[in-house]
Ligand binder design. Structure first.
Ligand SMILES: *Cc1c(COP(=O)(O)O)cnc(C)c1O
Length: 502
């Protein structure tokens, strides 16, 4: 073919072939690529052999933290090999191609069914069914839920002939950063209930007091990112029912169960936080947190199709049949949905209960041991009414190091334990937090306790100047991170960094 031969005689192709000569005569480290900088800014002119590209990237990634030792994150770092196998086998499927991959869609629907029932969605009326959708994570589900609440509020206000330009959302100041994104992107005013020292749970009365006729909804968090506490959805529901009735409003509750949605049903089944409460209209949960899947899956569940305005659901037919689309993104991988279905049928209620109980016990032991050292004050819940995590601070006031120094020192052993400041109005309080995840065994917990005690011994012996010098010097390591963060448009200097904790 003329076209092909002329393409092959392109001088660039020849140069490329020249550049790649003798590539297999030695190991990757004997080639020129081992001595050249890895391409960073410009698409390289020439190709490189797959083994070389693989090695360059793999070696680069060595400087990432070890996910199993990352006690900062709620996000799953362990899945069974059968789940991983299913994920790999389905990596090439685009979930949105419903017509082509109907079984993947069916698995999503089965997950929605199971999760909606786990959250006690009413099943008694067939024309008033719960609805749900898989998302990339809780953030996407929250974005959709806020959008739905805003549209429904606008509709109610229009019917009453009232203005619709000042919607607000009531929530605690300890919301996860995605709520700030949702309100800013969707132009909804945040009405924050501030917390106070020693009392880190939303005050239901204060929340309901902030509700007015422009309130599109109240967010209640099932498992605060900061301390793991469960906010009191039942009391908010009861107070809001009265206020709605008095004013002829219909302000709903959205439950942010990103972390708690797969813990509470197994540990505190009698706690009423979900669709058992009449005003709870939508719930989000992260499949990739205690739903025990790798990052990339969340769920949005609505009590009934009535709370999902029709104008938000798009019907498209480019892929061969009519299909409904209610997500922010169009394409996404199917493997995470499949993995979630695997976890649900593999573990069942029995498996989830066994795992969550172990995690709760480990968290309790960890909290007790930390307290026994006499050096820490525990601020997370101790009565089994919170997420399996331990949030704690140094109890001594006058010491020459702080929680951030402890975190930094632990990092030298490989442990990633975050230090952060609390939510607005309590930001003077510094906290360390250890999230107990599935792969945090009792043995690993014991080693960590030993290392925390040693860390304090070391810090006690180091003098103040040395620690301060280390703080300044350590900031140089963040150079690499700043490069990658330069595209992070939301970064505002006045926003406390720690609000990005996930
Ligand atoms: C993690 C978290 C989110 C965000 O969830 P993603 O699944 O990471 O998008 C929202 N709210 C709470 C309470 C969380 O813990």
């Amino acid at each position: 073919m003329v076209f092909l031969s002329s393409a092959l005689s392109d001088s660039r192709v020849e140069a490329n072939n020249e550049a790649n000569k003798s590539q297999f005569s030695t190991s990757v480290y004997g080639t020129r690529w081992a001595t050249e900088p890895t391409p960073r800014y410009v698409l390289p002119e020439n190709e490189m052999p797959p083994e070389v590209a693989y090695k360059l990237i793999k070696d680069d990634l060595m400087l990432d933290g070890n996910p199993s030792l990352n006690l900062a994150s709620f996000v799953t770092t362990y899945m069974e090999k059968e789940a991983e196998k299913l994920m790999k086998e389905n990596l090439s499927k685009n979930f949105i191609d419903y017509e082509e991959y109907p079984v993947s869609v069916e698995l999503q629907n089965r997950c929605v069914n199971m999760i909606a029932r786990l959250f006690h969605a009413p099943m008694d009326n067939s024309d008033d069914e719960a609805m749900g959708v898989s998302t990339i994570g809780s953030s996407e589900a929250i974005m959709l839920a806020v959008l739905a609440m805003k549209k429904l509020w606008q509709k109610r206000m229009k019917e009453k002939g009232k203005p619709t330009d000042k919607p607000n959302l009531v929530m605690s100041a300890s919301v996860q950063v995605c709520w700030e994104k949702a309100t800013r992107y969707l132009e909804v005013e945040e009405k924050l209930v501030f917390l106070q020292e020693g009392d880190y749970i939303l005050d239901p009365q204060k929340a309901v007091d902030l509700v007015d006729e422009n309130t599109i909804g109240v967010c209640v968090i099932l498992g605060s990112t900061y301390t793991g506490h469960y906010e009191d959805a039942k009391t908010v529901n009861d107070l809001l029912m009265v206020k709605n009735q008095e004013n002829d409003w219909d302000v709903p509750i959205h439950i942010d169960a990103a972390s708690g949605g797969f813990v509470v049903p197994f540990i505190n089944p009698d706690l009423e936080w979900d669709f058992r409460l009449p005003l709870v209209r939508s719930i989000n949960v992260s499949g990739h947190k205690y739903g025990l899947c790798y990052a990339g899956i969340g769920w949005g569940i609505w009590r009934s199709s009535r709370y999902l305005p029709e104008e938000l659901i798009f019907t498209v037919n480019y892929l061969g049949s009519d299909q409904a689309s209610f997500t922010l993104n169009f394409s996404k991988g199917a493997s995470h949905v499949i993995a979630q279905y695997y976890v649900l049928i593999r573990l069942g209620r029995f498996g989830f209960t066994a795992i969550m109980k172990n995690l709760m016990n480990t968290a309790e032991i960890l909290a007790n041991k930390l307290e026994e050292t006499g050096k820490f004050k525990i601020i997370s819940d101790r009565n089994g009414n919170g997420l399996p995590l331990v949030a704690f601070k140094l109890s001594a006031k006058k010491i020459h190091y702080d929680e951030f120094d402890v975190a930094k020192k632990l990092r030298e052993r490989g442990w990633i334990v975050p230090a952060y400041t609390m939510a607005p109005h309590t930001e003077h309080i510094k906290v360390l937090r250890i999230v107990v995840r599935e792969d945090f065994s009792r043995e690993r917990c014991n080693v960590l306790i030993h290392d925390i005690v040693s860390t304090l011994d070391i810090l006690d012996q180091l003098d103040k100047d040395y620690i301060h010098k280390q703080r300044t010097a350590a900031s140089r390591w963040s150079l690499l991170r700043n490069v990658t963060h330069s595209t992070y448009v939301l970064k505002k200097p006045e926003t406390p960094k720690t609000r990005g904790i996930c």
